[in-house]
Write a protein that binds this ligand. Structure first.
Ligand code: ZN
Ligand code: ZN
Length: 292
């Protein structure tokens, strides 16, 4: 998956809407950045909130082992605000190059490489369509499973075809994507946040292959036997009424409607937050009100 809206992504991890992030370092980093840039917590407040979140929601957590790491990420967080990209646009020309491969594995891999180039131009501010990648992760994102040797061979073929280029200083984690259009005219596909969870499905849906379809209920792209109709497995199995989330401030559980994609606090903390916002608004506007 790739992330277009980091603030939403971090909030979804914090509230338990997303439970697929396993790395404790990624969790610490996300919460530290959310605390710093969105909740404007002091370093001490941020530290306490990270520890209390991990104690509640990360299995087997010991503060002693992580206190230095948490402090390090709180300091680092200040320099890394969240990025937000509305969508990734693929031009007709870029899509033609991908489809001309006539090999679904290659097409999916090139599609992912192209999306990474467009994303990292914004997220890492890279020039010349440079990307940093992990080869295992790249193939996983493209849903291409081949032996490790074959992975290298495929990338080598892309290199020979001029579709990618390696940096002068040999670095196995970086490459240039060479078929990115400078001007985004004539858009063939615009990828929005909700489809970034699975770029391989996104491509397969576009080329109408492998029975990928959009769930009529949650709108997620998915793949399954046609006998289940156009509702995804998750929607079929969930009761569709309510779900339990974690409060972003106190960590207590609270229940929201399944369609609710924004709530992040229990009623009590939301009440406090509304009061706090009102106070700030009042302080900012007091001068104007008196002048009037
Ligand atoms: Zn669904
Ligand atoms: Zn709360």
């Amino acid at each position: 998956m790739i992330v277009l809206n980091e603030e939403k992504y971090a909030r979804d991890v914090l509230t338990g809407r997303r439970t697929d992030v396993v790395s404790i370092i990624e969790k610490i980093s996300l919460i530290a950045r959310y605390n710093c840039h969105i909740l404007h917590k002091s370093d001490d407040e941020s530290y306490r909130s990270i520890v209390s979140w991990l104690e509640k929601h990360h299995n087997i957590f010991c503060e002693q082992n992580y206190s230095n790491i948490i402090s390090k990420y709180i300091a680092k967080a200040k320099k890394s605000p969240f990025y937000h990209i509305d969508s990734i646009k693929i031009t007709k020309n870029e899509m033609d190059i991908i489809q001309s491969q006539k090999n679904l594995r290659y097409e999916k891999l090139l599609f992912v490489l192209l999306c990474l180039a467009k994303l990292q131009k914004v997220s890492y501010k890279f020039d010349n369509n440079l990307i940093t990648y992990d080869i295992g992760q790249l193939f996983k994102m493209a849903r291409v499973s081949v032996p490790a040797d074959t992975r290298e061979d495929i990338l080598h073929e892309f290199l020979l075809a001029g579709l990618i280029e390696l940096p002068k200083k040999v670095d196995t984690r970086c490459l240039f994507v060479k078929f990115v259009d400078d001007v985004e005219n004539d858009i063939a596909l615009e990828i929005k946040e909700q489809d970034c969870n699975d770029l391989a499905y996104c491509y397969l849906y576009f080329v109408k292959k492998n029975n990928v379809f959009r769930c009529a209920k949650c709108k997620k792209l998915t793949k399954q036997s046609k006998k289940f109709g156009d509702i995804c497995q998750e929607c079929r199995e969930s009761d569709g009424v309510a779900r339990t989330l974690w409060c972003i401030d106190c960590g207590e559980e609270f229940v929201v409607d399944n369609k609710d994609t924004h709530s992040c606090r229990c009623a009590e903390c939301q009440n406090e937050e509304n009061k706090r916002k009102k106070r700030i608004w009042w302080q900012n506007n007091k001068a104007n009100c008196i002048e009037d």
